[in-house]
Design a protein around this ligand. Structure first.
Ligand code: HEC
Ligand code: HEC
Length: 329
């Protein structure tokens, strides 16, 4: 998928944090040790890993081909993990970044530690820094057992041959990117603390990121957390993330836990993957069909986290036709 707007944020982040070092010529490829790790493919780990990669972290969102002629862009069968999603100057990026093949055809000769370092530390096998469009900054704080379960699962998916070239970043980004990766800082998650567990899932799933508006420099506005309004240009129009703060009138404040879960369940199952676009070509970047596979416990935890966040009044028009959207830009 194209999380186009992410890129603007990242570039700014990159420039803000990396710029200083770049001036002093200190930006050298990061020398991050390969963590000691073993992803043991027990049935439990495989199930947990599949669950997370398909329905929570939605790795496969970015690392598979999506069918944007259908609502919410379901994954094209047979493309799981093959990579190839391209992000380039068309969306304002100084360079070309392509999501990598993460099937065993590409990762077969990587150690578990090398995959872990890429996923949660941002360093590829050959030592080059990955661009943070790959959300390694969010995955840094994963529960280590969750990260290892994802690795076990990714190793188990069918191998698909697909050569993906390395990213091409223009100067000075090609140097600055080296200042971004930080070693993993795994945290243990206490699932009995529902709100904290919900916050954890909402971070891994990108809910918080997408549903928080950004300023003119494409950076999240913290005082507007979860109030929606971030714009994603799509074919035929622009979709804006909904207000999912607990504001009763413009957010989801009147939704019960059951309403919230039911909204996701409506997109579960093979029929939901065939839904046509909505009225006026309405389509969305929200991966309903993938998130719909989350358990009641996990959706409930996200709901609990959202409900205790600050209610913010912010009315959102979620779909705007291309012509209208162009006029307002
Ligand atoms: C928002 C989109 C997105 C999501 C979600 C995402 N990735 Fe990525 N991933 C990318 C992109 C883009 C790259 C290539 C970055 C680059 O080349 O600088 C990448 C690179 C990688 C790499 C490095 C491969 C290599 O050859 O260097 C691995 C491993 C990886 N991703 C695994 C995962 C896993 C596992 C998940 C889920 C836990 C995940 N990704 C979620 C976009 C994403
Ligand atoms: C890639 C960006 C993106 C991500 C990630 C994302 N959303 Fe969304 N979400 C949207 C957009 C855009 C809409 C509005 C269009 C639609 O309804 O699909 C939306 C709509 C919603 C709605 C409907 C609200 C209403 O008033 O009808 C809910 C609820 C929601 N998202 C919750 C979540 C949760 C929970 C997560 C994380 C598991 C999440 N979103 C992740 C972009 C995103």
């Amino acid at each position: 998928m194209l999380r186009k707007i992410l890129i603007g944020t990242m570039l700014l982040l990159v420039l803000a944090t990396g710029g200083f070092f770049a001036w002093f010529g200190l930006v050298l490829p990061t020398d991050m040790p390969i963590p000691k790790a073993q992803a043991v493919a027990t049935p439990e780990a495989l199930a947990r890993g599949e669950y997370l990669a398909r329905h929570v972290t939605v790795c496969m969102d970015c690392h598979s081909t999506r069918d944007w002629n259908r609502f919410s862009g379901p994954i094209v069968p047979g493309t799981l993990g093959k990579g190839g999603e391209r992000f380039d100057e068309k969306i304002g990026l100084p360079g070309v970044i392509i999501s990598k093949n993460i099937t065993p055809a590409a990762l077969g000769n990587w150690s578990d530690g090398e995959i872990l370092r890429a996923m949660a530390g941002g360093i590829s096998k050959d030592g080059h820094a990955l661009f943070p469009l790959m959300p390694y900054d969010a995955y840094r704080f994963m529960d280590e057992s969750d990260a290892l379960a994802i690795i076990a699962y990714v190793r188990s998916i069918p191998a698909v041959d697909n050569q993906v070239p390395r990213h091409q970043l223009d100067f000075p980004l090609n140097l600055i990117v080296n200042a971004i990766p930080k070693p993993p800082a795994f945290k243990q998650i206490d699932r009995s603390n529902t709100v904290e567990y919900g916050r954890y899932l909402a971070t891994l799933g990108g809910c918080t990121w997408c549903h928080t508006p950004v300023n003119a420099q494409s950076r999240s506005i913290p005082e507007m957390a979860l109030a929606g309004g971030q714009a994603f240009p799509m074919q035929g129009g622009t979709v804006r993330s909904a207000n999912i703060s607990p504001d009763p009138d413009t957010g989801i404040g009147r939704w019960s836990r059951a309403d919230f879960i039911a909204r996701f369940r409506a997109y579960q199952g093979p029929e939901a993957e065939k839904l046509p676009l909505g009225a006026d070509g309405f389509n969305t970047q929200m991966s309903w069909t993938q998130f719909a596979g989350m358990t009641d416990e996990d959706l409930g935890a996200i709901y609990a986290f959202l409900m205790q966040s600050k209610p913010i009044s912010n009315r959102i028009t979620v779909w705007e036709l291309a012509a209208a959207a162009d006029n307002t830009r």
